[in-house]
Design a binder for this molecule. Structure first.
Ligand code: DGJ
Length: 733
C-alpha cells in the first residue's frame, strides 16, 4: 500500500497490493485519469499527454486554452470528475445549476494532501481502518473558479488489501445557494472497450442472478429509483474481459456503499474509452447546497483482479469482513438459528413458540427468532406496523417472559421488527397521518398494505429509535431481524419546502442510516440481521449495521444455488442468511431432499425456517447431524476463502469450496440440478489448497494430495435430481 506523488509531472500513483490507479494534473489544471489496472511500481516521469488514450484536437473538440494552442479539450481527455459546460459531452459526474441560471462547472486542480488513516463519511456508512497505519488517503481539491464550488476527491488504500475506496465531498465555497442535479461518487476509465458489463439482477425470490453483456459504443447502466437498492438491481457492476473466468482474465469490480437510488453505468465514447460512473442516481435527485455547506457522496469500493472473478470476489469478501462489517459480531461465531415465520406465519402463541424452541434446542440450535406478528393486533399483514407493543392475546406473559423462558432452555432469543413502516390501520398512523411519505392530497399507493415512514423527519426518527430501544430494553433480546417490505411511491414529505422535495430520496437514506447508527450503537451486543422481503436491500451500505442479511425469501435449495452463487460475487458468506425450510417449498412448491437443503444452506449463516416437530424421527436425526456438521465447519465457511467451481448459470451443476486461511481444512459442496441419465461424471478441480500436503476426506478417510485435488480433481455422478454431496478435507497430521 502506498500513494506516490511525482511533482515532476504532477502524477499520483495510488497502489493497492496488486493494482495501480494513476491520476495526473494537466498544465491547464484538469485532473485526469491515466491508468487503472495491474500494479505499476513507478509510473513514468515524462509528459503525461503521451499517456492519453485519445488524440487531441480531434474535430469538434472545443478547447479553452486559446485558438493557437488548441491542444487540450475536455472532449479528448478522461476527466477524473467530469462536469457539464465545456467540451465534454459525456455523462457528467457533477452537474449543478447556479444562482444566475448557469449550469456550467469547470473543475481545476487546486491542491492535494496525503495522510495516514481514513476519515469517516459524515452521515453515511463507509469502510474504516482500525489503526491509522492500516490505511493511507489522498485528497485532491478541485475548484470551479466561476462559482467557488469545490470538489474534494478522496482515495483510500489499505494495508494488505486490494480495494480502492473513493468518495467525493462537494463544498459550496461560493456566496450563493446551488442546486446540485448530480454528484456521483466516481468516474473511472478503461482505455479500450473489450469488456463485458456484468451485473446482478433479480426480483423478489430471485435475487442477484448474474447477467453479462458486451460493451459497445453506447451507454449501459443499471439503476434504482425505488429509494432502496432493491431486489431488482444491485449497486454493483464489474467490467470483465470477455474471456475472463473464475481464475483468469482481467475483472474490475465497483461496489457502491449506499442503499438508496443508485446508478452504475459504463459509457463508451467514440474513441472506445469507457467511462465508469457510479453513485446516487441523478434521476429524481436535487440538492440545494447553501453557501458554506457540504454534500457528501457515498463511497465506491473498487477491486481490480488480474485473476478472474474468483479473485475479485475473494478481495471483496476479505475487505468487507474486515473493513466494512464492524462491532462485536464482526469476528464472533454466529449462532445457528430457527425462525418461526414459515412454521406459523401469524398464527402462533407462546406455547407454539416454546415448542419450536424446545425441539430446536434438542437439535443443537442456538437462537430462537420470533418473526412478524408479535405486536399490536397483527394477525395478518394488514395492520399494526408502527405500534411496537407486545400483543398480549398471543403472548399473555409478554415478551420478557417469553425471552426468559427461551433463555432458560439454553438458547438466545431474537425478534423481528419492520421499523421503517406504518400500517394505515395503526394507532401510530391515526395519531400522525402526516408522518408517512406522501405528496399533498395525492392518494398513496399501498405496498403490502403499508406505508413508509418519513425518515427525513427528526420527530419520526426519534419515535422509531425510542420504540425499538424500549422493546430491546424490556426483554433479553440478543438478535434483531430488521425487515423492510415495500419500496417508496408518491414521494413527498409534509415537512420539506417545495424546493427541497426532491431531496427526500437521499434524506430518507440519511435518516435510515441515522436511526441504524443510534440503535445498533445503543445495543452493541445484539446481533442485527438485515432483511427486505428477503435480499431486497442486501448491499454494501447495510453491512456496517447488519453483519448478516436474509439473502432471499426463497429458501428452495435449487433457487438458492443461483441466489447464493450470484450474491457471492461481492458479499462474503458470513453475511448471507441461509435456512433450511419445509417441503414442498412455500415459494415455488418444489420438493428437494433435506440433505440438499442443508448442504446449500451451510454455505451461509445457517438456520431453520420450519417446525421441527413436523419432521419424522429420521429427518429430525438428520437435522441434528446437520447442526453438528455446521458447527464443525462454520469457521471455515465464514472466514475461509471461497472458490466458485461450477456455475449453475452455465450448466447443470453448482459447486463451491471454502478453504481455511491456513489451507489446512476445506469444505466442498457439489450439487446436481437435473439428473442426466447415462452420462459421464463431472470432474471438479479444487483450488487454493496446499499442493504438497496430503488431505484426508473426513467422512470416509480417503487421502489425496493437494496437487491431485487441484489438478486431477474429484469426479461426481449426476444421475439424481437435486442431489448434493459435501466433502470435508483436512490436512493429515
Ligand atoms: C419478509 C421477510 O423476508 C420474511 O422472512 C418474513 O420476515 C416476513 N417479511 C414477515 O412479514
Amino acid at each position: 500500500m502506498n500513494i506516490e506523488f511525482n511533482s515532476k509531472n504532477m502524477t499520483f500513483n495510488i497502489k493497492t497490493e496488486n493494482s495501480s490507479y494513476v491520476l495526473g494534473v494537466l498544465k491547464n489544471k484538469y485532473l485526469i485519469n491515466l491508468y487503472y489496472g495491474k500494479k505499476i511500481e513507478s509510473f513514468h516521469d515524462g509528459d503525461i499527454m503521451d499517456s492519453l488514450p485519445t488524440i487531441c484536437c480531434a474535430g469538434f473538440s472545443a478547447n479553452d486554452i486559446g485558438d493557437d494552442e488548441c491542444e487540450i479539450s475536455t472532449n479528448d481527455i478522461p476527466c477524473e470528475y467530469p462536469t457539464y459546460g465545456s467540451a465534454d459531452f459525456g455523462t457528467p459526474a457533477f452537474h449543478a445549476v447556479y444562482g444566475n441560471g448557469s449550469a456550467i462547472t469547470k473543475f481545476e486542480y487546486v491542491s492535494h494532501n496525503i495522510f495516514s488513516g481514513k476519515k469517516p463519511l459524515k452521515g453515511l456508512p463507509s469502510s474504516y481502518a482500525e489503526a491509522e497505519a492500516e490505511a493511507q488517503t489522498l485528497e485532491i481539491t478541485l475548484k470551479d473558479s466561476g462559482t467557488g464550488i469545490l470538489a474534494v476527491l478522496s482515495y483510500t488504500v489499505f494495508e494488505g488489501a486490494d480495494a480502492l475506496c473513493r468518495n467525493v465531498k462537494i463544498v459550496n465555497g461560493g456566496s450563493e445557494a446551488v442546486d446540485i442535479k448530480s454528484a456521483l461518487s466516481q468516474s473511472a476509465y478503461l482505455f479500450d472497450k473489450n469488456f463485458e458489463f456484468v451485473h446482478l439482477s433479480g426480483a423478489w425470490c430471485r435475487e442477484r442472478h448474474i447477467e453479462k453483456m458486451p460493451l459497445t459504443r453506447a451507454t449501459i447502466s443499471v439503476d434504482s429509483k425505488r429509494v432502496s437498492s432493491s431486489h431488482f438491481h444491485s449497486p454493483f457492476m464489474a467490467l470483465a474481459r470477455p474471456n475472463a473466468t473464475e481464475d483468469e482474465g482481467e475483472v474490475y469490480g465497483f461496489s457502491l456503499c449506499y442503499s438508496g437510488n443508485f446508478i452504475a453505468q459504463a459509457e463508451v465514447n467514440t474513441y472506445d474509452v469507457v467511462r465508469i460512473n457510479m453513485g446516487i442516481n441523478p434521476f429524481g435527485f436535487n440538492w440545494k447546497l447553501e453557501a458554506g455547506e457540504e454534500f457528501q457522496t457515498p463511497e465506491v469500493i473498487s477491486v481490480y483482479s488480474a485473476k478472474g472473478f474468483g479473485e475479485m470476489s475473494r478481495c471483496y469478501h476479505k475487505f468487507y469482513r474486515k473493513h466494512l462489517c464492524r462491532g462485536v459480531w464482526r469476528d464472533k461465531e454466529r449462532p445457528v438459528l430457527i425462525n418461526n415465520w414459515e412454521a406459523t406465519y401469524f398464527d402462533f402463541n407462546e406455547e407454539k413458540i416454546l415448542n419450536i424452541a424446545k425441539k430446536a434446542k434438542e437439535a443443537g440450535i442456538e437462537l430462537m427468532v420470533l418473526d412478524d406478528g408479535w405486536f399490536g393486533k397483527r394477525d395478518s399483514d394488514n395492520c399494526s406496523l408502527g405500534d411496537w407493543v407486545c400483543d398480549r392475546n398471543k403472548l399473555p406473559d409478554g415478551l420478557e417472559s417469553l425471552a426468559q423462558k427461551v433463555e432458560a432452555m439454553g438458547m438466545k432469543f431474537g425478534l423481528w421488527f419492520e421499523p421503517e413502516m406504518v400500517s394505515p390501520d395503526s394507532d401510530l398512523y391515526r395519531a400522525h397521518p402526516d408522518w408517512c411519505i406522501h405528496s399533498g392530497n395525492r392518494k398513496c399507493s399501498l405496498g403490502r398494505r403499508q406505508l413508509v415512514l418519513d425518515l427525513s423527519r427528526k420527530d419520526v426518527r426519534d419515535y422509531v429509535v425510542k420504540a425499538v430501544c424500549d422493546i430491546l430494553k424490556s426483554a433479553p433480546v440478543s438478535y434483531v431481524k430488521w425487515d423492510m417490505n415495500r419500496n417508496i411511491t408518491e414521494i413527498g414529505s409534509a415537512e420539506l419546502p417545495a424546493e427541497k422535495q426532491q431531496e427526500l430520496p437521499h434524506r430518507y437514506m440519511l435518516g435510515l442510516y441515522d436511526i441504524l447508527e443510534r440503535i445498533t450503537s445503543a445495543f452493541p451486543d445484539v446481533l442485527f440481521e438485515g432483511c427486505s422481503g428477503g435480499g431486497g436491500r442486501f448491499d454494501a451500505g447495510m453491512l456496517p449495521y447488519f453483519p448478516q442479511y436474509w439473502t432471499s425469501d426463497d429458501s428452495d435449495a435449487v433457487e438458492r444455488m443461483y441466489i447464493q452463487y450470484g450474491t457471492s460475487m461481492v458479499m462474503p458468506s458470513i453475511t448471507m442468511g441461509a435456512h433450511v425450510s419445509a417441503v414442498p417449498n412455500h415459494q415455488i412448491n418444489r420438493t428437494t431432499p433435506l440433505k440438499t437443503r442443508g448442504d446449500i444452506a451451510m454455505a451461509g449463516q445457517f438456520g431453520y425456517e420450519l417446525d421441527l416437530a413436523t419432521l419424522s424421527e429420521e429427518e429430525f436425526e438428520e437435522v441434528k447431524s446437520q447442526v453438528k456438521k455446521y458447527k464443525e465447519i462454520r469457521e471455515i465457511v465464514h472466514k475461509g476463502d471461497m472458490y466458485r467451481l461450477k456455475s449453475p448459470f452455465e450448466g447443470n451443476n453448482c459447486a463451491w469450496l471454502f478453504v481455511s486461511e491456513d489451507k489446512a481444512e476445506a469444505v466442498l459442496t457439489f450439487a446436481t440440478i437435473k439428473a442426466t441419465p447415462n452420462d459421464g461424471k463431472t470432474i471438479v478441480k479444487l483450488c487454493g489448497l496446499n499442493g504438497g500436503a496430503i488431505y484426508t476426506n473426513v467422512e470416509n478417510g480417503k487421502t489425496y494430495s493437494g496437487d491431485y485435488l487441484m489438478n486431477a480433481g474429484i469426479s461426481f455422478k449426476h444421475n439424481v435430481d437435486f442431489k448434493t454431496e459435501m466433502i470435508s478435507l483436512k490436512i493429515k497430521k
